[in-house]
Design a protein around this ligand. Structure first.
Ligand code: AGP
Length: 615
């Protein structure tokens, strides 16, 4: 969702704020803004609608430079109030308090009505402005900024990551978080805040990850942190393993393109130390994993979007390989049901960011329903809410994923889930040593197989022209390929704005076949598995209704090409683990090239944000 960056230094902070905003733009790009306390302790603010570039242009066009040693900045993904200058952050109350906010204040209407009675006026439609006024009001009865914030936040229901400055306390930023991520960057003659460590990599590698409810007073040479109970606490400083270059485009045109091509390395990194010559390393899931996995009786997977699609693939694997019941559900539904959670459940959350609000809340709900369950999160983010809340963590080592459309996070999640199915299967003795070795061998082949699949780019690029004037597309697959078809459809929707649906190929005749005519391209995935014969019959049914088809096949599938049907062999001899991962690649490339033809903003598609940290 929204991105936050801020700092207190002995130099001008403005360029760092802009650099941070550029790195955070993937989190939201409806508007952006920054505010700096100038030498005479007055606020100097700039805000623009749209991309950070517009804010940069706005700053360049000014007669007076915005300069100062302390400031905060924000990229917005609109929740309350349209994208407009007045709704852009930072917000100000009475020239005394200014802040940036990530999250949602659910009771803002009640707070606003109260504040109107107290004489406060509002210049935006956001839920954020009430926070600024509440802090300003609290300052009347408190002797420090941090005490004012501590008092004000007591009245909020909802989630927040906040960076706050005050003209009355010009030497500090106060930062606090509940339900939204916030880190402190520890610098030399400087300290910083950000919603994501990536914003600060050019100035520091040392980070303090605030815990739920923490509040911090950040001065140039001192950081003081209190927990949600008001106790003074010491939080560890962690050295980030992220490299600055990892968040740059390099020779690529788009982050999504870069991330698609990084997949061989991302998979290699995710497998490193997680497999030996012929077996899986169960402790890769945590030192308690062996005990927990041996005792579990069923699995519940919770996730959103692309991560949910990975969960569907895992259901097939867990039931097939580990012989354990597995349910998969989207987090936004699960958290509001009254689900039954039996003892012996392994509750797995899947999330690239580890911060998706629905997934985090679903996990909290599950722990409330049955505190005896064991929890595992599979995430790409080491210091995230999910890792803190889970008994076990498996980190996918995909590296930072900036493109809003998830690519390498998905394939590395699948790698993690394959390792999981194999680990549980091994402990439950549903697979023998030979079968385990077979899975491990398949995993080892993945980087090479992904490289082979990437070689099909030229052909896929040619085919993408067929989608220039199309408004809909249908993706078909059977078994795990249905989940891969779902992922292909999601990618196409997200970045090319073409309506796309995925269906299990056998379900076509129960309704969706009525949609098929020459204007409905159909994309099918044809691995060489036990369902191939049935899939081929489904392809005939589609073909005879006049559709233009694209079939991605295993070379050994030998799908017979017909008129207006393009059959593209991706590679050969794929197995039950390798096939879903490999067939993801052509679908990613297809959506990428269609988006280029449609001239959309590939890395920042409209209305979306990278990590959905609000409901
Ligand atoms: C994928 O391309 C999406 N942009 C989106 O569906 C994403 O997968 C979803 O929001 C879940 O995010 P997470 O994995 O960070 O929890």
């Amino acid at each position: 969702m929204c991105g936050i960056v801020g700092g207190v230094t002995n130099k001008d902070i403005t360029s760092l704020l802009l650099e941070g905003l550029n790195r955070l733009e993937y989190r939201g790009y409806d508007s952006s803004g920054l505010i700096v306390l100038s030498k005479n302790n007055t606020f100097n603010r700039a805000r623009s609608v749209g991309k950070v570039q517009n804010l940069e242009d706005n700053l360049k066009a000014r007669d007076h430079k915005i300069e100062g040693n302390i400031g905060i900045a924000h990229t917005r993904w609109a929740t309350h109030g349209e994208p407009s200058i007045s709704n852009a952050h930072p917000h100000i109350s009475k020239n005394s308090v200014s802040l940036v906010h990530n999250g949602i204040i659910e009771n803002y209407i009640d707070l606003k009505n109260n504040q109107l009675k107290k004489g406060y006026s509002f210049s935006s439609d956001t839920d954020t402005e009430v926070i600024a006024h509440a802090i300003d009001f609290a300052m009347k009865s408190c002797s420090t900024l941090i005490a004012s914030v501590q008092l004000a936040i007591k009245s909020f229901t909802g989630s927040y990551g906040l960076g706050i400055i005050s003209s009355k306390y010009p030497d500090q930023i106060v930062a606090t978080r509940k339900g939204s991520p916030l880190v402190i960057g520890v610098g030399k003659n400087a300290n910083y805040i950000a919603s994501d460590q990536m914003a600060l990599l050019s100035v520091t590698k040392e980070f303090i990850f605030l815990e739920e409810g923490d509040i911090a007073e950040i001065k140039i040479d001192k950081i003081t942190i209190y927990d949600s109970e008001g106790n003074l606490v010491n939080r560890k400083i962690i050295t980030s393993q992220l490299k600055e270059g990892q968040v740059d485009l390099g020779n690529y045109d788009h982050f999504m393109q870069k991330e698609i091509f990084e997949q061989p390395q991302a998979v290699r990194d995710t497998l490193e130390s997680r497999i030996t010559n012929d077996s899986v390393v169960i402790s890769a899931f945590g030192y308690k994993a062996e005990k927990i996995f041996s005792e579990i009786k069923q699995v519940q997977i919770i996730a959103c979007g692309t991560s949910y699609n990975a969960g569907i693939v895992a259901k097939y694997w867990l039931e097939d390989i580990a012989k354990i019941t597995c349910n998969v559900e989207v987090a936004s539904e699960y958290r509001y049901r009254r689900p039954i959670l039996l003892n012996g459940t392994l509750f797995i959350t899947l999330s690239q960011s580890g911060e998706t609000a629905d997934t985090v809340e679903a996990l909290k709900t599950a722990k409330k329903i049955n505190s005896d369950i064991s929890t595992l999160c599979i995430t790409n983010s080491a210091e995230s809410s999910l890792t803190r809340l889970s008994d076990l963590t498996f980190l996918t080592h995909a590296g930072p994923e900036i493109g809003v459309a998830s690519t390498k996070a998905f394939t590395t999640q699948l790698v993690a889930l394959a390792l999981l199915a194999c680990s549980i299967g091994k402990l439950k003795k549903s697979i023998n040593k030979k079968q385990e070795k077979g899975i491990v061998d398949g995993l080892k082949r993945l980087p090479g197989l992904i490289n082979e699949a990437l070689l099909q780019e030229t052909q896929i690029k040619k085919l993408s022209t067929r989608f220039k004037n199309k408004n809909s597309a249908l993706f078909l697959g059977r078994g795990t390929m249905h989940a891969i078809a779902m992922e292909g459809a999601l990618k196409l929707k997200e970045i090319s704005y073409i309506h796309a649906e995925a269906y299990p190929a056998g379900e076509l005749k129960h309704g969706p076949i009525a949609l098929i005519d020459e204007n409905m391209p159909v994309i099918a995935i044809a691995p060489n598995d036990e369902l191939l014969g049935k899939l081929k019959s489904n392809l005939h049914e589609v073909k005879s209704r006049g559709s233009q088809m694209i079939v991605f096949e295993d070379e050994n599938s030998k799908v017979e090409s017909m008129d207006a049907m393009e059959v593209i062999p991706i590679t050969s001899n794929l197995g039950r683990i390798t096939a879903p991962i490999i067939f993801t690649i052509p679908l990613q490339l297809l959506s990428y090239h269609v988006a280029l033809i449609k001239k959309t903003d590939v890395d920042k598609p409209r209305n979306l944000a990278k990590s959905v940290t609000v409901e």
